[in-house]
Design a protein around this ligand. Sequence first.
Ligand SMILES: CC(C)(COP(=O)(O)OP(=O)(O)OC[C@H]1O[C@@H](n2cnc3c(N)ncnc32)[C@H](O)[C@@H]1OP(=O)(O)O)[C@@H](O)C(=O)NCCC(=O)NCCS
Length: 320
Amino acid sequence: MPFKVNLRPFAETDYPAIAQLLNAAWPDEVHSEARLRENDLHAPEIRWGRFVAEVDQRIVGVGEYTQHEGMYHPQKFALGITVHPEFRGQGIGKALYQRVMEALAPYDPISLLCSTREDQARALVWLKKLGFVEKMRYWESRLEVQRFDFTPYTGKIEAVEAAGFALKSLKELEDDPDYRQKAYDLWLEARLDVPRPEAISEVPFEDYCRWVFGSRYYWPEGYLVAVDQRSGQYVAMSTLWKTDGDYLYTGLTGTRRAYRRKGLALALKLRAIALAKATGAREIRTGNEVGNRAMLAINEALGFVKQPAWIDWVKKLGAE
Ligand SMILES: CC(C)(COP(=O)(O)OP(=O)(O)OC[C@H]1O[C@@H](n2cnc3c(N)ncnc32)[C@H](O)[C@@H]1OP(=O)(O)O)[C@@H](O)C(=O)NCCC(=O)NCCS
């Protein structure tokens, strides 16, 4: 190495430098100190830690371990290693990986999950060398909102309304004292069929509320649900989240199993696009597992454009 690298544990004051580093590594995404701080608000059982690599007191790499709250297992971890593009290929990533693994050892990890994008040739080789195996792929897809033409979809929203469903935002439902519980109940069912790299785990109501209503990116007008007018039950959802950039992000779109193929997801997404257009957003981004035909069919029909795929890699260290 032509320069001296110093590895040290993360400190609270590192947030701005880490955001800067992530913006350099992923120039088409906006990473902010606020987002990093929010991501670090974990449930108490979650074990996480972070280390930074410095050259001349400048942060040039970050390595961390954490656990996924919706796929929780006490011995399963997610890793993230990022090295500034100008400092790659010099062993900094490997050093960070080793430091993270040392920190993880006391927890006796049985499985590690790491993600990168298919256009990151070096990272793909690096992960394979470390013994990671590809588990799952997701396309991020993007829609240019202001150019969206609603003409081919004329009557789609009216049709679901005529069938007895009201399309509402949580903002419009806030007067119901149970709206959070109803939104949670719907989310519990909608998440069951979402493809994921590890087994799903339970998420208590309090954690759901923290993720949604406690998030600075929550947008009550953009969290849309279809309400069955006969029962009052929330039966389908599609959520738009704010970001720190000029784009919005679609979180979960999901329909209760008994209500699928009635046009509800499509109608909610059309409503979401109209809302995004009215607020002047440039783009909507979303992510879908490459085998999720139902969701992809809708996004493809709406004109979302696929980007290079994100890949989840898993390294097994022990038996379940
Ligand atoms: C994806 C999902 C939200 C679709 O909800 P839905 O309300 O059934 O979808 P819609 O009725 O609006 O479908 C509109 C059109 O999309 C296409 N489509 C929907 N489901 C499809 C499927 N399983 N296979 C192929 N095409 C499908 C069809 O063209 C359909 O129109 P049609 O029924 O007239 O043929 C639903 O399957 C679901 O909840 N899946 C689990 C959650 C999930 O994986 N969400 C995405 C996570 S990123």
